[in-house]
Design a protein around this ligand. Structure first.
Ligand code: APR
Length: 314
């Protein structure tokens, strides 16, 4: 990708941290931030632009004054949304965020019609599905952040259990980006050693549980969800796309028969490159994992059904 121009819609905690991480990697020529809250994108763009003074490569950071300024981007990252507040049901939140996503997506279609979209807003898999339906683009161009983050959280739990292998541990998590996610610590390696040689069943169960609660653990301490982990995972995905590195990363993608499902977006390992999703990697799942994956897919389908019930696609 020659322009290396990345747009970020939603310059809150996650969007701004993704921008900062990308800027520190020095892999984009330009990053442009937009946020509906006045001054947010402007202030963060200036701050990050000044931080790039000490980055390995220059990156131009700007703020968009309107969605129309997020134009001709190679990649657009969508993090716009509202957090769940006390009196909101899950369904309320889903419909509020879906409505935001719809308007933001229509802007992307208008102003960056050739972009690859990295979807980040929650509930992640359902929002990724909504973006896919709204755009009707080829499925390879709509990619949801899921396993890159959950997998990093799983690798961290494996490291915490073993006390070694940081940065050397696999990250395989499939399924939804939520309570029914399917971490697969038994399938990864630490260095070149299979974890099955290092951990027993009980330890695997503990790692799976803690991975699922990885986000909640941060909320417990901070009162807000994490953003360094998400920012770093987004940057990892963007880097693979911009550099056409063909890295294998678990992402939420539209299935078309793979893993036995269609018309749903869910986390599976994919190959990321200049076309977005270059390929969906098909793994063989054992019966127990297939059951967990099914439950996970069903939880996403329930979310999609809420959108349908509320006439979202009409
Ligand atoms: N257009 C642009 N920006 C918007 C819009 C919109 N229509 N609606 C909301 N925003 C902005 C908000 O003003 C806010 O700055 O989206 C930003 C969201 O940022 P935060 O509230 O800080 O939330 P953050 O922690 O960054 O999470 C963003 O990612 O991981 C998911 O669950 C998370 O859906 C959430 C999203």
């Amino acid at each position: 990708m020659t322009n290396r121009r990345v747009g970020i819609i939603g310059a809150g905690a996650v969007g701004a941290t993704a921008a900062y991480t990308l800027a520190m990697k020095g892999i984009c020529k330009e990053i442009i931030l937009f946020d509906i809250a006045e001054g947010v994108a402007q202030g963060k763009a200036i701050d990050i632009a000044q931080a790039t003074q000490y980055a390995p490569q220059p990156t131009i950071l700007t703020a968009a004054n309107s969605p129309a300024d997020i134009k001709d981007c190679d990649i657009v990252i969508i993090t716009a949304g509202v957090p769940r507040k006390g009196d909101m049901t899950r369904e309320d939140l889903l419909m509020i965020n879906a409505t935001i996503i719809k308007s933001v997506t229509q802007d992307v279609m208008k102003y960056s019609p050739n972009a690859i979209i990295v979807s980040v807003s929650n509930p992640l898999d359902v929002m990724t599905y909504a973006i896919q339906k709204i755009t009707a683009w080829e499925r390879n161009r709509i990619i949801g952040l899921a396993g890159a983050l959950d997998g990093a959280r799983m690798a961290y739990q494996i490291y915490k259990k073993l006390g070694y292998g940081a940065g050397q541990t696999g990250t395989l998590v499939i399924g939804d980006h939520g309570q029914n996610m399917v971490p697969l610590p038994q399938k990864v390696q630490v260095g070149d050693v299979p974890t099955t040689d290092l951990l027993d069943d009980e330890e695997f169960e503990g790692i799976i549980e803690r991975t699922r609660n990885g986000g909640a653990e941060i909320v417990k301490y901070l009162g807000t969800s994490g953003y360094y982990g998400p920012g770093s995972a987004i940057a990892h995905m963007v880097e693979a796309i911009l550099n056409d590195s063909k890295a294998v990363v678990s992402c939420s993608v539209g299935l078309n028969g793979e893993y036995g499902y269609q018309d749903v977006t869910v986390g599976v390992p994919v190959v990321l490159g200049k076309n977005g999703i270059e390929e969906i990697v098909q793994m063989t799942l054992n019966t127990k994992t297939k059951e967990k994956f099914k439950k996970s897919v069903e939880s996403i389908q329930e979310g999609i059904a809420i959108l349908e019930k509320n006439g979202f696609f009409e």
